[in-house]
Design a protein around this ligand. Structure first.
Ligand code: GRF
Length: 201
């Protein structure tokens, strides 16, 4: 079975990570999580991963030779797909190059709108509300050297309601994120298994 790693962020709520791990545990996602990497110990995400019985590693973004250490962890654990979930920095160029078309990220808006540096978490939903959008959603996309620039794999849409707040909108989008991420990982894992990997759609 194809192995993947989830890279979570220092805030590490881990709800998207948990959606992927539950998909693997139930068999609906045809891939196995070999590793969760967090920049910080004992975040909610790390504790949730451990409750799933998944191997975890802590690697601070500012560690010396961060890129090489991350590559070593991925290689040692035979990781074929990387899923970013709340990961808050650009991946080292060497990792992007080594895993091109095999790195996925989830973004809580309909890219290319509301993406790019500084557009994360509630900043995204605030901008969607301030822009008077009538529709929002989420995008799972391939990761390149630039923030939020890679080709989309899956988008899911929901309405923005006239009385929405950041809290109500983000909760509606988060439900979509979990389903979209499971579907996108399934899609990429199947492509790799069938030998089609290498193109962006
Ligand atoms: C999600 O909103 C995701 O779109 C963004 O970071 C957030 C992570 O949330 N990239 P969680 O840790 O998966 O709950």
């Amino acid at each position: 079975m194809i192995k993947y790693a989830v890279l979570v962020g220092s805030k590490g709520r881990g709800s998207n990570m948990a959606a992927l791990l539950s998909g693997s545990a139930s068999g609906s996602v045809p891939a196995e999580c070999a590793l969760v990497v967090s920049p910080k110990a004992e975040t909610p995400a790390i504790l949730r991963a451990q409750a799933f019985g998944v191997k975890t590693e802590v690697l601070p973004y500012k560690s010396e030779c961060y890129g090489e250490k991350l590559m070593a962890l991925l290689t040692e654990n035979q990781v074929e797909i990387i899923c970013l979930a709340g990961y808050m920095t650009l991946l080292p160029a060497g990792v992007v190059e080594a895993y091109r078309h095999r790195i996925l990220n989830i973004h809580p808006a309909l890219l290319p709108k509301f993406g790019g540096k500084g557009m994360y978490g509630n900043f995204v939903h605030e901008a969607v509300l301030a822009g008077g959008e009538t529709e929002s959603g989420c995008t799972v996309h391939y990761v390149t050297e630039e923030y939020d620039e890679g080709a989309p794999i899956i988008q899911k849409r929901c309405p923005v309601l006239s009385d929405d707040t950041v809290e109500t909108l983000s909760a509606r989008v988060l439900d979509l994120e979990h389903a979209a991420y499971q579907e996108a990982l399934t899609h990429v894992a199947r492509k790799i298994e069938s030998g089609e990997h290498g193109q962006e759609d």
